[in-house]
Design a protein around this ligand. Sequence first.
Ligand SMILES: NC(=O)c1ccc[n+]([C@@H]2O[C@H](COP(=O)([O-])OP(=O)(O)OC[C@H]3O[C@@H](n4cnc5c(N)ncnc54)[C@H](OP(=O)(O)O)[C@@H]3O)[C@@H](O)[C@H]2O)c1
Ligand SMILES: *[C@@H]1O[C@H](CO)[C@@H](O)[C@H](O)[C@H]1NC(C)=O
Length: 310
Amino acid sequence: MSKILVIVGATGQQGGSIVDTVLADPELRQGYTIRGTSRDPSSPSAKALAAKGVQVVPADFSDPNSLQRALAGAHVVFGNTTTIYDGHTYEHEVSHGRALVDAAVAAGVPWYIYSTLPNIAKNSNGVLKHGGHFDGKEEVEQYIRTLPIRSAFIAPGSFMSNFHETMTPRAMGDGTYALASFVTPETQLPLINAAGDTGKWVAAILADFAKYEGKVLCCATALYSFTEIAETMSRVSGKTVVYRQLPEQVWRGFLPPLMVDFIADMLKSFQNYGYYGEGTEEKVRWSAEQARGELTTLEKYLQDHPLHLE
Ligand SMILES: NC(=O)c1ccc[n+]([C@@H]2O[C@H](COP(=O)([O-])OP(=O)(O)OC[C@H]3O[C@@H](n4cnc5c(N)ncnc54)[C@H](OP(=O)(O)O)[C@@H]3O)[C@@H](O)[C@H]2O)c1
Ligand SMILES: *[C@@H]1O[C@H](CO)[C@@H](O)[C@H](O)[C@H]1NC(C)=O
């Protein structure tokens, strides 16, 4: 008999990657029936999910009863909470993350996979104070470890899709482009094709939960420095893209006020302590080996999703 896998946030891009990976994997497809949650099962994205054979049920992080109903009878739950930048980022993360796992425990779910992140305050020994959703997720991870539910964790790296959004190279007016931030060019980001590859780590856990119990898979194809990222962008686009290190005050002017302190401390933590803290390199290398399926390099990602440099 197939077991129920509940994916919270199945209508999102990353939740969608997990749905698609499980459906395309003959062994997992046979083993699991997928249930996905949405705040609105009548929305177009929820209907598209149902058309793939996913059972769509309503659930909202702010309504514990809806969560408990959505998780009833599940064998495994994949839990992830959304980040809200409204001045209470950390508080939302912790309360939503706890509500979700509390509902899983109350529903008697045996296995839980949680999308966590590294704790910036801890990795910096308290120097960086704006860990926001990073710190909130890691605190929820520690809370989960105290509960009567068996757990495994994924900690996604920085999204390759950011290079099309907030981190896109800007035209310099002389035919060249600048990828700009305030950290050193040697600062490394663990890059993930989130919409394409997240499911490959979740699939690895689903296929052998005991092997990964209590572990954190640091999900990224590899670490790339800002210099390497700019070089890859140049090579793939045929244009000149260079990394430009700006003074922090100049860089801050480009970001929304409710977000800027969080992004600044996040980047400082990557520069000074490593994205995943101590042992970042080894964590990324080991985790990449665990993925079920081939991972997308930045080069391949940029070939498939060209930057709009004009
Ligand atoms: N690390 C990075 O580099 C990075 C990091 C973060 C973010 N991104 C950002 O992440 C976003 C990508 O998001 P995505 O489209 O993949 O969506 P997502 O954040 O993966 O998915 C959001 C999901 O959460 C559900 N949801 C939202 N609020 C909820 C609530 N109160 N209760 C229950 N469920 C709720 C939504 O479902 P319903 O709407 O169906 O309810 C949806 O399925 C982009 O905006 C991107 O900029 C980048
Ligand atoms: C979890 O939610 C955050 C915030 O909405 C999103 O950026 C991230 O991609 C999601 N991660 C996974 C693994 O679903």
